[in-house]
Design a protein around this ligand. Structure first.
Ligand SMILES: [Zn+2]
Length: 314
């Protein structure tokens, strides 16, 4: 005998939802004007909204692709990795954070250094990767930038650094702060060699990066509406107990106050950098530079931009 008897029919399983034929990630919504933009159109437009010119954040590799001729460059010091000198742990160990960032971005740290040609002229460009622990500047970023500067001096070519960073990397403590002094000293050498340096400030450029090399360019160029500052607006507001003005710490505000030299649309960035470097004396170099005489054995000219791949520091 059964105590209970089901009188109603069991609830039917929901009818299978028809699978969408539109694959994920085909469209992006613009945070500026809420327009839906087809991904391919966005990429073709260098990740700038065609309607309101909102600049989407882009990665370091895209940045270099955008600036170098034909999107071709030689990467340097690719394999430098942080050794976690302080054995630091916050919500999770720094080592684990590094491992997951390396897996997510395919980079060993938050910077790519490349050399190639910009409008025909040999140039060294370093670009920061925000997706790698907030583009923070640790020992590896500092070392790579210092080496990039030395490389520019050796090759007698100009240097550009594309900044995109939350500041110094707290997991490396004082060691990350020392990079500020190290990079500034290297930039002073570049200056003494009379070689130009352009700093490109993108959204966001804050903390120790703003406090050091980001503001030391012979020309400091920012992208529109980029957040550029040292401390965040909330911290400043709480400290000075005053309401901050509209557009505070954005590129246009800083341009008006004389903190930066230019605000340039990403789509015109390459042309602007190239013409500025030309103005400052960069010249296209023909390759090979030595013309062999008749009968002489053809030996490729040594390219000072070539990566030796031999790390000079441990
Ligand atoms: Zn838009």
């Amino acid at each position: 005998m059964v105590w209970f008897k089901k009188t109603s029919k069991p609830i039917a399983a929901p009818a299978k939802v028809k699978a969408s034929r539109v694959p994920e990630g085909l469209w992006s919504k613009c945070p500026g004007c809420s327009q839906l933009i087809y991904h391919k159109d966005l990429t073709a437009n260098l990740s700038v909204c065609p309607k309101c010119a909102h600049h989407f954040r882009i990665g370091a590799a895209d940045r270099l692709r955008m600036l170098f001729d034909d999107g071709v460059w030689v990467e340097h010091d690719r394999d430098l990795v942080s050794t976690d000198p302080l054995q630091f742990t916050d919500t999770k160990p720094y080592k684990a954070r590094l491992t997951s960032s390396i897996a997510a971005t395919g980079l060993k740290d938050a910077l790519i250094v490349g050399s190639g040609r910009v409008d025909g002229s040999p140039t060294v460009i370093a670009a920061m990767e925000y997706a790698f622990i907030g583009g923070s500047m640790g020992v590896v970023v500092g070392e790579k930038i210092a080496r990039a500067i030395e490389r520019a001096i050796d090759a007698r070519c100009p240097l550009a650094i594309v900044c995109c960073s939350g500041g110094a990397r707290m997991m490396e403590g004082a060691l990350s702060l020392m990079q500020m002094a190290k990079i500034c000293a290297a930039l002073a050498r570049l200056d003494r060699e009379r070689l130009p340096f352009i700093s490109v400030l993108t959204d966001p450029t804050t903390g120790g990066v703003t406090a050091s090399f980001a503001m030391l360019g012979d020309l400091n160029i920012a992208e529109p509406k980029a957040l550029i500052g040292f401390a965040g607006p909330r911290v400043i507001e709480q400290t000075i107990r005053q309401k901050l003005p509209e557009g505070f710490q954005r590129s246009e505000f800083l341009l008006e106050k004389g903190m930066i030299d230019l605000v340039v649309d990403r789509r015109e960035m390459k042309a602007t950098i190239a013409s500025a470097f030309r103005f400052m004396g960069a010249r296209p170099r023909l390759q090979p530079r030595s013309v062999p005489t008749a009968g002489a054995e053809l030996v490729p000219a040594p390219d000072p931009l070539r990566d030796e791949g031999a790390p000079r520091l441990p």
